[in-house]
Every structure is written in structure tokens, then in C-alpha cells.
Design a protein around this ligand. Structure first.
Ligand code: PHB
Length: 399
């Protein structure tokens, strides 16, 4: 069973890692106390496993925004309840029900893994709980299963890789082997890339997959060497991305077959990948050296707080807090005034570190997708692959 953690203001100040050791048995508040109680924010994220660092950076980004607002959101004090979802879809409904049913949180912020997020969306729809997704790209979350109370401050899987199909074809690449984990995010990111690449005139030679979160890449890398495509397009993230990029370089393929991917392949992972990451080109809604004032201020503040370089996960967590703050401010901190809060969040225009951020009718971000290349140990901006990309929100019935 996953750990549930109540985090007081004092433990929060000592950092999320410190707080993680503070496992407290959940208890219920009486309605009278609840009225004066602080706002309850559930953070359901992976704090262990291959996506642990991603969860931690989202957490840190969220916390940074809240600290910058004087330890308040919408003018209210906040109590955090953190759940480690371990990126396990089979535990997701129970974890979400604990936050919603037992803890009665005002909002859930989570998660990273698409399969876990889909279970969370279903509970959020059924219980009308506010849900802000700070990473997971599952297309249906802002597609067929869209709901007024569900927002995303990250991306749809379609959105993150669709632009790469045209960019790669225009760079003279005619045939590609794809490689990813066999689960929602991998399938949807490869499908969107392939949709645009083949429409542009390119050919997919072979789609290679392995189960999530396995990292035994050797046989698949050998297969790529045999097929000799013009390039490889991939989706891996977190610990798996570190290992894949290192294995690819160790096999010498980085010298002969250019490696491309969704930007998660190299975001937050370069310190661990080292030289093996040099020259990898990816598409994402962020680049480390975006020189807009919001990004410069964010990176400086994140470094001051954590001693670490910010990445897209930290940005998405930061923007999740900003979006909820906008909603709460519109209702004087009364999270029960959901309709008005949702209207304000839907109309939000955020000056994000990633560039301009607004939301479509399904509450998925409209944002630039950048082409980046790993140089000098960071994801440097090459060009805007596609400006103001809007997910088609296939199947969403919201007007
Ligand atoms: C996902 O499962 O949607 C996912 C996970 C990790 C990423 C991006 C997407 O970096």
C-alpha cells in the first residue's frame, strides 16, 4: 500500500524529502473544524520508481510558487497531503479515493504516468473533485473524458510529438524506426509523430516496444543497428531515459543513426546521461535557455530553493500552483464555488517559464512546441517547431 503523508507548514519548509519520512495516520476532521481549516491540496505523484525524480520536481515547482505567495494559495493557508502513486495504474483508484473520500481534499494535483492519470480522471469526474494534471499526457484526459473540473498544465501526448514528424521530414529524414515503452503515453506519442511524419512523406520502418518500466534495451538496439534507418524516434523518461541514451551511445549508434525523441528523453536527465546525450534532438514545450523574463526568474528561484536546475516537470508543477491560485483568487479562496473558479481557470493567460500559456475548451494547454538540441549539457532552443499548438481534443463534448 502506498504511503500517505500529511505535511504541515513546518515540515514543508524543511523540504519534501524531509516530509516524506513523516508518515502520519490520516484522520478525519469534523465539519465545524473543516470550515476554518486550511485548504487541502492532495499531491498524488510518483515519489519512488523510474519517475521518482519527475514527481519530486513537480512537487518542488508547486512548492516554489506557493512559497513565493507567502505560503498561501488564493490567500489561504494550505495543508498538503502527499501520496506516492509509484506509477502503478492498479493502485490509482484506491489512492485517489483515499484523497477524495477520506481526506476530502479541495484539489488533487497529479500525476506523471498516463495510466495512473486516467484512473484519477474517472474518480474526479464521478466525484466532481478539482483535478490538475501536472504531467501525464493521456489524450483522453482532455479528449473523450474531458470534464469541467479537470485541467492540465502539461501537454497532451499528441501535442508533444506531432510537430516532430514534419520537422524530421523537412530535415531530410525519409525512414525512421520508433522505440518506446508499451503503454498509453508511448503508444500515443509514437502515433502522433508517425501521423505527421507519414503525412509529410516519410516511412516508418519498424515500431519497437518493451513493457513499462523495463530497461533491457540491448536486443532492440541490435535490431536498430540491423535496420539502419535514417533516424530513430523515441519516448522514454526518467530513469529509463537515462539508461536508454547511455546504452544507445555505448553501442556506438549515436555516431551513425541520429536519435530524436519527445523532449522527456533529455529533460531533467542530462546530468545523469553526460556526454551520451550530446546532439540528441527533441520536441517539447520548453527549452532550458528560453530567455523570456519568466523563465530567467523561475530558473534562478528554483536553483536558490533546491540547488538544482529546473526542468519541464518543475515548470509544470509551478504552473499548476499558478493556475489554481488564479481560480481561488476569483472566488476569494472559497474552493466550493467551483463554477466561478473553473471559469477563471479556463480563461487564464499565464506568463509561464515555457512562454505564453492558455487553455482550450477541454482545458489542455495551448502552447509553443520547441525543437531543442542537447549542447553544453542542456536542451538548447533550435527553433519553434510549431507555434501555439492546440490539441484537437478528439471526443471532448465541452462547448
Ligand atoms: C506519461 O505517462 O504520460 C508520461 C510520463 C513521463 C513523461 C511524459 C509523459 O516524461
Amino acid at each position: 500500500m502506498s504511503k500517505i503523508m500529511k505535511v504541515s507548514r513546518r515540515t514543508l519548509l524543511s523540504g519534501a524529502a524531509g516530509a516524506a519520512t513523516l508518515a502520519v495516520t490520516p484522520r478525519l476532521f469534523s465539519p465545524a473544524i473543516a470550515q476554518n481549516a486550511p485548504l487541502k491540496v492532495g499531491l498524488m505523484l510518483p515519489y519512488t520508481g523510474t519517475f521518482a525524480k519527475l514527481g519530486q520536481f513537480i512537487d518542488n515547482g508547486f512548492e516554489l510558487y506557493y512559497q513565493q505567495k507567502g505560503l498561501k494559495l488564493g490567500g489561504r493557508e494550505v495543508q498538503f497531503i502527499k501520496v506516492d502513486d509509484e506509477s502503478k495504474p492498479e493502485a490509482a483508484t484506491d489512492n485517489m479515493n483515499r484523497l477524495v473520500g477520506r481526506e476530502k481534499v479541495d484539489v488533487v494535483v497529479g500525476t506523471v504516468h498516463s495510466g495512473v492519470a486516467m484512473a484519477m480522471v474517472k474518480v474526479a469526474r464521478d466525484t466532481k473533485t478539482m483535478l490538475i494534471i501536472p504531467n501525464a499526457g493521456a489524450n483522453d484526459a482532455t479528449g473523450a473524458l474531458c470534464a469541467p473540473n479537470v485541467f492540465r498544465t502539461s501537454f497532451s501526448n499528441w501535442q508533444s510529438t506531432y510537430p516532430a514528424g514534419k520537422v524530421m521530414f523537412d530535415a531530410g529524414i525519409k525512414n525512421v524506426v520508433t522505440i518506446t515503452w508499451r503503454y498509453t503515453a508511448g503508444a500515443e506519442m509514437i502515433s502522433a509523430f508517425s501521423e505527421n511524419f507519414t503525412k509529410s512523406g516519410g516511412k516508418i520502418v519498424e515500431d519497437l516496444t518493451l513493457p513499462f518500466p523495463e530497461v533491457e534495451f540491448q536486443a532492440l538496439i541490435t535490431r536498430i543497428a540491423t535496420l539502419k534507418p535514417d533516424a530513430v524516434f523515441s519516448f522514454f523518461a526518467g530513469g529509463g531515459a537515462v539508461k536508454f541514451v547511455k546504452d544507445y551511445a555505448a553501442a556506438g549508434l549515436n555516431k551513425t543513426i541520429p536519435l530524436y525523441g519527445a523532449g522527456f528523453l533529455t529533460d531533467g536527465t542530462i546530468p545523469a546521461q553526460g556526454e551520451a546525450a550530446n546532439g540528441i534532438k527533441t520536441t517539447l514545450h520548453y527549452a532550458d535557455n528560453l530567455d523570456n523574463p519568466a523563465n530567467l526568474a523561475f530558473l534562478k528561484a528554483f536553483k536558490a530553493k533546491t540547488g538544482l536546475d529546473g526542468d519541464i516537470y518543475a515548470v509544470q508543477g509551478y504552473d499548476a500552483a499558478a493556475l489554481f491560485d488564479i481560480g481561488l483568487n476569483a472566488v476569494g479562496g472559497d474552493a466550493k464555488a467551483q463554477d466561478k473558479m473553473i471559469a477563471a481557470m479556463g480563461a487564464a493567460k499565464i506568463d509561464s517559464p515555457r512562454g505564453p500559456l492558455s487553455f482550450n475548451k477541454a482545458h489542455n494547454p495551448i502552447q509553443n512546441i520547441y525543437l531543442r538540441e542537447v549542447r553544453n549539457g542542456r536542451n538548447e532552443l533550435v527553433s519553434i517547431a510549431q507555434a501555439a499548438v492546440d490539441d484537437p481534443a478528439r471526443g471532448c463534448k465541452l462547448a
